[in-house]
Write a protein that binds this ligand. Structure first.
Ligand code: ZN
Length: 289
């Protein structure tokens, strides 16, 4: 069983060449089409048995930076419709913005009416301090209801996405305040993988996903060796960050982690533990089985 804990719900249909949003900054080795349609998503997901999918709402406040304004309600309706139309393989997570006045009501609606089973936050993209009171009340309710929370952590090419709010050290405080909350730190907080490891090793219910890492081969190898030395390989969950990468590319990238030691004699990452990341039962760990 292979479970992808990190994928982005595709638009209802691909917008065509004119409306495509091609990002050449996400990956050093190829451009990413963030507007790829559902056919490509579904084809890519044939490599996995289950997939968690989501998108995030923009900052609703007047004068907010950037042009990302879509409201949580609309994103959640889209995610729920995608899951409804494409079957039980997919598990939708909701988005919330702590500064939307009805954020708590939207949490209840998304869980109860829409059947969404976790929450994705991107504090840097959504321009909120992950420790603000408005966000903390959402984590409290998520802990009460057993909804796992996935945070974008790590850098981003977006100019106005606040780096500090994507740092994993803040999530240590969230986990201390909410020790039963299941948390995933996306991308092992690249390039702060060391700091991510410091957080996940001390909290039994805080994990990291390995998405969007393999295409930087040295830092990928380096963080997997760090994870080996710090005994946190069992805290790493499989994820692709589709469309940034497909699950198959990510599986191949995981299995290539020892290319550098094979060429150099540097210490390797235990192959068996690499395979365990690919087949880990993340849904049980997150309380979603
Ligand atoms: Zn992502």
């Amino acid at each position: 069983m292979i479970i992808d804990v990190h994928s982005h719900v595709p638009p209802r249909e691909a917008p065509g060449a004119a409306g495509a949003r091609i990002n050449t900054l996400s990956r050093p080795d190829k451009a990413v089409d963030w507007t790829a349609g559902p056919d490509r998503y579904l084809a890519a997901m044939q490599a996995v048995d289950r997939a968690i999918c989501f998108n995030i709402a923009g900052d609703p406040r007047p004068g907010a930076r950037g042009d990302w304004r879509v409201r949580a309600r609309q994103v959640n309706d889209d995610t729920a419709r995608f899951v409804r139309e494409n079957g039980a393989k997919f598990i939708g997570f909701m988005t919330l913005h702590p500064f939307e006045p009805d954020a708590l009501e939207e949490l209840e609606r998304s869980r109860g009416d829409l059947g969404l089973r976790g929450i994705k936050f991107g504090p840097n993209y959504q321009h909120f301090d992950p420790l603000c009171a408005e966000a903390m009340r959402l984590y409290r309710r998520a802990e009460e209801l057993g909804l796992p929370v996935l945070f974008h952590t790590g850098t981003s090419p977006e100019q106005f996405a606040e780096l500090d709010w994507a740092h994993p050290r803040h999530i240590d405080h969230v986990a201390i305040a909410h020790p039963e909350l299941r948390i995933i730190l996306a991308h092992m907080s690249h390039p702060w993988q060391r700091d991510c490891i410091a957080v996940i090793r001390k909290h039994p219910h805080v994990y990291a996903d390995v998405s969007a890492l393999f295409y930087r081969p040295w830092s990928w190898y380096d963080c997997m060796r760090l994870a080996t030395e710090w005994s946190v390989l069992p805290k790493l969950l499989f994820g692709s960050d589709y469309p940034a990468a497909t699950p198959q590319e990510t599986i191949d990238g995981l299995r290539a982690v020892n290319d550098i030691p094979r060429q150099t004699g540097l210490p390797s990452v235990p192959e068996q533990e690499v395979e365990q990341i690919i087949t880990r039962d993340s849904l049980s760990l997150l309380g979603l089985a």
